[in-house]
Design a protein around this ligand. Sequence first.
Ligand code: SAM
Ligand code: SF4
Length: 474
Amino acid sequence: MKFTPEKYRIPDQPLQPFIDAGEIWDFLQKATSSPERVRTIISKSLDKQRLTLEETAVLINADDPELIEQIKEGALRLKEKVYGNRIVLFAPLYIGNKCINNCQYCGFRTDNKEAIRKTLSPDEIRAEVEALEDNGQKRLILVFGEHPEYSADFIAQTVRSVYTTKKGKGEIRRVNINAAPLDIEGFRTVKQAGIGTYQVFQETYHPEAYYQYHLAGKKRDYVNRLISLDKAQEAGIDDVGIGALFGLYDWRFEVLGLVRHANHLEACYNVGPHTISFPRIKDALSMNMPQKYHVNDSDFGRLVAILRLAVPYTGMILTARESPVVRKEVMKYGVSQIDGGTKLELGAYSRSLNEQQNLNREQFFINDSRSLDEIIEELLNEDFLPSFCTACYRLGRTGEHFMEISVPGFIHQYCTPNAMLTLAEYLEDYASEPVKEKGWKAIEANQHKITNEKRLEELRAKLQRIRNGERDLY
Ligand code: SAM
Ligand code: SF4
């Protein structure tokens, strides 16, 4: 099936269809996966080189269980090599669920008349942020429906209010955005408010499938969405996040779509996407989605491992859409960020009772509703190093994956110590007793990774300063 972009084009918009559905299917149909070829490609990736579309297709077509194990093993090794054992934590904050679009999979879609529509007021946003700070969060992603109320100015204003809300020792140090595409001027406006990453998920990279699920509203325009992060780059936002919603179309196609998108951004702007997200469709109110492209747990682990190998320096995000069991398994294959203590219902963080999930105000059901402290405890039990680090972005080191390539030992010089410092803050200010004990043991146990004596001394001094009450040392 050949992509015919004209069909999806809005007349006054430039056309840059870097996705060609016919070409992607050609790669998938032609790639043959001999054990030797698969091993060569895994080695290339372990050498920290990005894979081509053709090489990624070879990994996708490797159906032999032994080869799949080798791919997963390769992803595990690569993750350790590039990211170490650190996992960055964040929380989503839903600001408003009004929406002009009619995406079939989403509880916020226009034709869902049962949804109770709401936008948080400035006071409610403040209460939510304070509650999140009280839990120990330092990094948020603000989520918006697509609606005239959620203009670039509104988003920028919301971001500013989050940064200036501080409770006790708490503060939010990085605010990311997941919202509809803006125009170039709009992207400039939100950049000025100091956002971290701007995420826009393509949902499905297959144009025909896209058209079937997006029945009305601005989002129906496939090409407009595809080129939205190019506009962000033009506006000076070099920190962008891409994603596909798995379950809308063949997962093999979507993986190649994501890799093509990543390669496109890197080729055009010298900076690939900062993160890739790979949500699987979860139940939403009155949703009746076909199951044809449902991705089972085993293929899900496989596709995460393949993505890890294909784009070694791109952060990968796994959210509470997945159950604790799936998260524990999939995290090994290359995930670098997860959310913790997640609540999707509007206004839920500041409510005193941990109420039942209410799909009337939620976009979809989540499957991991553990508290941040419980998530951190499990990470520590699994020998991960939980991190709330925001140093690179605040030091102007965006495109940090390039720093990781170009500066030898970058991870151990910067990321591991910063992970320990931000974990130490959490342990002192918010952790339960058992987590505090485990966390300090983990900080002790990870210090051998810092081989430079001067740096180790600096780290120990800063850890002591944190114990003495100082904060935000990096
Ligand atoms: N409204 C904006 C948009 O569509 O880009 C941003 C926010 S939307 C609430 C964030 C993402 O949630 C969507 O891009 C989609 O991938 C995901 N999503 C929507 N419905 C979902 C469902 N039922 N299960 C899992 N993820 C879903
Ligand atoms: Fe609206 Fe986004 Fe949901 Fe689509 S996915 S209905 S645009 S909130």
